[in-house]
Write a protein that binds this ligand. Structure first.
Ligand code: PMP
Length: 378
């Protein structure tokens, strides 16, 4: 028998609840215009790549030792960045926590605050990984619906009703949301924090796309001093163009961080990861100027789609959720395929017949517009 044989006798059965499950992931296809996983299209400048190389070389000299298990220098840098980005006073390093992507941060949160007999609540359409964190941690995952398209908004009444009905230990709100791109009204986030505080539960606000929010939209970070039960998660994958570096983080009361520290694996954040993250943070001006470009490109593309007659969800993220012109389920796939045939990969995700396109470089966005004229003609 060969190791590649899947039908080999003697393979033990998986956990019952994992039977038939597939690993999560969007197709990784080699095309010219990758607009399917909300990556930042701008690679590091030569200077930044060189600095990262130097930081990794320095870390390499010490790789025979385990890394700083508490990554204090990185937590201090993240705290200083958050203060500069959202105008809040810098949180103490103990209020910040990082892991290999915000996926791992959320997984650790569910490990520590979910678990058997506990419930986590989210609003659909939501990021596809949430139910998987819950499954892995034996947490019950329940959902309620966001409001109608194209805003997919939530009201305080909807959120408090869903909390009263489901009595979750954890509520996950995503703002800006994936796949819709829409940001929540800050009054709704506040109402959710109050209701979860009264219920003794945790509110997690996933701000993976927070830096792309439009002017005047506040971050939930502002609510942290008021709510001991609030966690705000962020990532370096999007605004910092560091999807390949795998660094996500959270800010919360240090007592909540202490819960996460119990379930984290020792030395989960490698010395190489820490060095790369700190170098990217040191170059934040360069990286955040690209965020400004992406926000402008997004607004121009959204206006273009609306002008073509598409239904478009208002976006505070680095992607746009829109309907093909013919608006049937069959058309969504046909349009996706016709774009791929023209070297433009976008994402079929969320409710029919919506499609999601990430904002790329000006060249990517122009290629998308040209391909769309042919794939979904007016
Ligand atoms: N939250 C949301 C809403 C996301 O869309 C993503 C990634 N697409 C993540 C979290 C996880 O990202 P990462 O693990 O790269 O930080």
């Amino acid at each position: 028998a060969s190791l590649s044989s899947t039908a080999r006798p003697g393979i033990p059965a998986r956990r019952d609840d994992l039977a038939g499950e597939e690993p999560y992931g969007a197709p990784q296809i080699d095309v010219a215009h990758l607009l399917n996983v909300n990556e930042n299209p701008f690679g590091p400048s030569a200077a930044l790549a060189a600095d990262m190389g130097a930081a990794v070389a320095e870390a390499a000299a010490g790789l025979h030792r385990y890394p700083d298990r508490e990554f204090t220098a990185l937590r201090e840098d993240l705290a200083a960045y958050l203060a500069a980005e959202s105008g809040i006073p810098a949180p103490p390093a103990e209020a910040v926590w990082a892991a290999n992507g915000s996926n791992e941060v959320m997984h650790q949160l569910l490990l520590a605050y979910g678990g058997p007999g506990r419930t986590a609540l989210g609003f659909t359409p939501h990021y596809s990984m949430y139910p998987e964190y819950a499954r892995d941690t034996f947490t019950r995952w329940v959902t309620a619906e966001r409001g109608p398209a194209p805003d997919f908004a939530l009201t305080a009444a909807q959120v408090t009703a869903a909390i009263a009905e489901n009595r979750p230990q954890i509520l996950v709100l995503t703002s800006p949301n994936n796949p819709t791109g829409t940001a929540l009204d800050p009054a709704v986030v506040r109402a959710a924090a109050e209701a979860m505080l009264a219920a003794g539960g945790l509110l997690v606000v996933d701000e993976a796309y927070g830096e792309f929010r439009r002017d005047g939209v506040p971050s939930a970070l502002e609510l942290l001093p008021e709510f001991a039960n609030l966690v705000v998660t962020r990532t370096m994958s999007k605004a910092f163009a560091l999807a390949g570096g795998r660094i996500g983080y959270l800010v919360a009361d240090p007592a909540i961080v202490d819960g996460v520290r119990i379930v984290r694996l020792p030395y989960h954040l490698s010395a190489v990861t820490q060095a790369v993250a700190r170098t990217a943070l040191a170059h934040r001006e360069e990286l955040l100027s690209q965020v400004a470009t992406l926000r402008e490109e997004r607004d121009v593309l959204a206006a273009h789609l609306a002008e073509r007659g598409h239904v478009v969800a208002p976006s505070d993220a680095n992607f746009i959720f829109f309907q093909p012109l013919l608006r049937t389920a069959a058309d969504r796939h046909a349009v996706w395929q016709a774009l791929l045939d023209r070297d433009v990969l976008i994402r079929e995700v969320g409710p029919q017949p919506w499609l999601r396109v990430s904002i790329g470089t000006p060249e990517d966005n122009a290629a998308f517009r040209t391909a769309l004229e042919e794939a979904d003609p007016r």
